[in-house]
Design a protein around this ligand. Sequence first.
Ligand code: ADP
Ligand code: MG
Length: 684
Amino acid sequence: MLSLCGDSSPTRCYHNVLGRIRILPDQVANKIAAGEVVERPASVVKELLENSLDAGAANVRVEVESGGRRLIRIVDDGCGMLRDDALLAFERHATSKLRDVKDLLSIATLGFRGEALPSIASVSRLLLETRAAEETTGTRIEIAGGKMLRCEEAALGGGTVITVRDLFYNVPARRKFLRTEPTELAHIASLVTHYSLAHPEKTFLLSSGPTELLHVTPVATMKERVYQVFGSQVLDELVEIGTKEREMYLPPPSVPASKAIAEYRREPGADDDPPTRLFRLSGFFSRPQVQKGNRNSIYIFVNGRLIRDRLLLHAISSAYHNLMPASSYPFALLFLECDAEEVDVNVHPSKTEVRFRHGSFIHDFVRDTLRERLMESRPAPAFSPRTVESAQPAARLPYSEFSQMIENEPAAPSLVEPGVVEPPAPKEPVDAELPSFTLRPAAGPAPRFDFSAPPLEITPGPPPSGKLSRHLDAHGEFPPDAIPAPEVSLTALSDLRPLGQIHESFIIAAGRDGLWIIDQHVAHERILFEQVMKQRAAGRVEMQRLLMPLILQLTPEQQIDYARIADELNASGFETEPFGNRTIAVKAAPANLGAAELEKILYEILEIAETELRGASLDDLRRNICASIACRAAIKINMRLDTAKMEWLLRALAATDCPMSCPHGRPIAMHYSTRDILKGFHRI
Ligand code: ADP
Ligand code: MG
């Protein structure tokens, strides 16, 4: 049976199960989701990297050339392979990680199919150099296009080096489908980066030719690893989950009635406790103001395996409901741990999809956990004007700097034989291509980060140039004690002093830490939204009766949608009833709504019901209705507010659960911290 050493961290090592490769019996082999695992250079890197991790390596070095087309080399210090095993490893379905069909139900290693090495060896020139600790000499095996060229003893250090050259050299059709080198390299870099995040206790090094793209040394926590990889600015934009757990009681197995009655009559014994399953979630995700156009910045690991899963993606999006526009996505790095029996990893050839036994439990666990943490952190959006950004070159969440770096790399000579015209690269699909992330080129040892110190401590640095320095001297240094600790929470809003409005739309306010600009309409929208949601939950929505019922004509489609949402509409403060054929009468409406808005808002709700909410949950429908009411009832832009009104608005906003974004996900406030201001004026 597979055993797992190590603690509860997502990091596992399995070296004790390696070194004894067997060819799987047919009945096991046939049950494995078969398929080609080598699709592109990144899939080779993924398989080899996973093998190194399965082998218990503490150091993994990945070297590539030409986006992995010309060369991929993975060097690890894992358990290595015995001579006989090294030969066997290139047979189909040869693995040391599975024995029988039963093991397929609880796979704890990243690999299990015994397919990767033979597949890779059949489409490249592969060199394996390996030595197990038990043997005094190592083994060198060379294979090209699946043909064994050489197998010899060699004096080697411990661990394994696999060198894959000229990928798809013998399958031109495949080679033509590869994307540009920078794209392939970006995929590889994204993969190595994210595996490095999953294993903070290991060293990872990635280089492309002479350029070192990532070099991270062991650290104690995932937070430190995030810092190593993305830098402090990104870390500030993230919320850490910590470790959250939820236990599930398994439903009793269905048993025939006669047996159930016998069970019921039996005296309860010590072993009658309901069996439970524990799910654990950790990782990081972005504050709502970090908004991305696709899902490429969402990384989900289930039991240490990087996967893509619609259910979990949906859970993440629902956590941001009413905090972010539906078309935007956050950055997320999530690690879900559960019993191996709870997740079937044998559903997809490249093992990137899984099936959960209790999917809806996991969905709700992830959604609730993220949402709770988002609410707890009540983060303030930072206002980073261009001048400040350029003064502070730190890694940003989108794949800016890194992509820039690889896009600027000189293109390597094409691998295509002369005379063969390479077809133009197909247009990249927006969602599936180019993973988003940023890497700092790792020059020298990775920076250390002292997490015990308060974040963003300000130490005025040396003046940047002589000219500027004289200028600074003339105007005096800003006393460092006068710089307040940066505000991280919008509770600070309650201390704000409104100074006035811009364009009668945005409130300018001074606070303990700098300047705030608040969009008056969306701020009021958030206040009203939470108010209406609370009233709705308590079943007491404030209503106003209309002097004359409002009669609305509906299209047949609207009629169907109306019938579906009528109860919810009435519970939200609209008293409506059918009034003849395809007509409804509205007799009362939520308080605050102007009569002129009423018709618009009802048609708007019907439109939302039609376009977005067919099949959506009742909760989503309710939130959307409340959001529409709030939007229509809120003060508008281009409206003059006196100081008392502005003060009231800021206090009320500070008291909301989520003062950073409106129910449609738009930001409410921008913050220019004292530090930003000082930086902007080159005073620090
Ligand atoms: P799988 O990982 O599904 O078992 P692979 O074809 O990837 O199949 O690898 C076959 C076997 O080769 C593995 O089961 C393992 O025993 C051995 N192996 C592969 N890579 C390494 C490595 N880096 N270190 C030690 N053993 C390895
Ligand atoms: Mg493998």
